[in-house]
Design a protein around this ligand. Structure first.
Ligand code: LLP
Length: 382
């Protein structure tokens, strides 16, 4: 997004401020339709990445499905207008009452995370319900350990033996319809190999059991370029997974969060002052870990761009730090940037996913305002 527009937004709404570029998100979705033109696929947006109402309304209008991982997300999706038959229910802790609601409302699929969850569902089921089994293929996604989900030591999904036992139980139940399998191995994955391993083992399993299913939900996790040049090459992904999928001829679901919204998000912040100590320079800004926890939690490095004239400035190397009372409240360590003056603006990039969604009010620092750029004007989110 043009820096002039970002500055304009900060002029109108103040800082700290999240800005989302809606036309970019729409382009992203359309580009997938072009890339996978010969595949029967659907996109389920992973709401956990960004649950902004206006953004979700647009995705709903575009006919996307939605992945929810909690009852709160389910209610949010319903309040925005997502029809139950476009809602996929994930998560490893579905309470009995919540399961009842999903059954009564006829969601697209309840994705079972465990054998125990199947037993839970059997006890309450009294009408036809679509389910899928989340398998854990024990594949190393080669991403940050906190966002890896497909290893046997991770809490998610079931191994193939357990999946086989679940299939046998499901077949005996007149209300349960196994429509597919689900496999999400992690997030910010930049290599193809883990996907190939996971998909191959899933398809081998399906073929071995001889079970007829309609849906292969391949999860999300597509890695984007945060500035280090590493990202999932989608052409390669397409070329390598398509031959595997063609064998099965099923409807594929891509359950994407980060890839759709992350690069569309900016967090604009004001430089309060530059603190110079004998050891270090700190650029103190009015946003930090309470608005964007990824650097503190995962050591994530987001690009930070000055929104002030930089040609004539002296370059400095500084820690860009926020206002929270935590030493981990550092947005970038030893970052090279033109020396800012008090009151000047910076923007943190690629924060449209897992940015505001993970914000807290720790230290009673208020959350930022969110605005959407719709291509013509800014719309403030309620
Ligand atoms: N499906 C399931 C079942 C998931 O658990 C997730 C993400 C997704 C889809 C979407 O993954 P994506 O396409 O966004 O990678 N807070 C972390 C990321 C946690 C991801 C959790 N699950 C971060 O800031 O990197």
């Amino acid at each position: 997004m043009q820096t002039d527009l970002l500055k304009q937004a900060a002029d109108i709404y103040g800082t700290p401020l999240y800005v989302y570029d809606l036309p970019f998100i729409i382009k992203r979705i359309t580009s997938l339709k072009d890339l996978f033109f010969d595949l029967d696929f659907r996109i389920a947006y992973a709401m956990k990445a960004n649950f902004n109402r206006d953004l979700l309304k647009t995705l709903n209008n575009f006919g996307l499905m939605i992945d929810v991982v909690s009852y709160g997300e389910y209610l949010h999706a319903r309040s925005i207008g997502f029809a139950p038959d476009r809602i996929i229910v994930n998560g490893n802790c579905k309470k009995v009452d919540q399961l009842k609601t999903y059954v009564n409302n006829g969601v697209f699929s309840i994705n079972l995370d465990s054998y125990e969850e199947l037993l839970r569902l059997e006890k309450i089921i009294d009408s036809q319900t679509n389910i899928s089994i989340r398998v854990n293929p024990d594949v190393d996604a080669k991403t940050h350990p906190h966002i890896s989900t497909g290893l046997k030591e991770n809490k998610f999904g079931v191994d193939f033996d357990t999946a086989a036992a679940m299939i046998r139980r499901i077949e005996k139940n007149k209300y349960l319809k196994l429509i597919g399998f689900h496999c999400h191995i992690g997030s910010q994955i930049t290599e193809i190999q883990p996907y190939l391993e996971a998909i191959t083992s899933l398809i081998d399993f399906i073929e071995k059991t001889g079970i007829e299913i309609e849906i292969l939900n391949l999860g999300g996790g597509w890695g984007i370029d945060y500035g280090d040049g590493k990202f999932l090459d989608l052409n390669e992904y397409r070329n390598k997974i398509l031959p595997l999928l063609k064998k099965t001829m099923k409807t594929v679901i891509f359950e994407l969060g980060r890839w759709i919204t992350a690069p569309a998000g900016y967090l604009i912040s004001k430089v309060e002052y530059v603190k110079k100590t004998r050891y270090k320079i700190f650029v103190v800004v009015d946003t930090g870990m309470t608005h964007l926890i990824r650097p503190a939690l995962y050591g994530a490095k987001h690009k930070i761009i000055p929104l002030y004239p930089s040609n004539d400035r002296k370059m400095i190397v500084a820690d860009i730090v926020g206002p929270a009372c935590e030493s981990s409240d550092v947005l970038r360590k030893e970052y090279k940037l033109p020396e800012p003056a008090e009151g000047e603006l910076i923007t943190i990039c690629d924060v449209g996913a897992y940015g505001f969604a993970m914000a807290s009010e720790y230290n009673l620092i208020p959350k930022p305002i969110e605005v959407i750029w719709d291509g013509e004007k800014f719309i403030k989110s309620s």
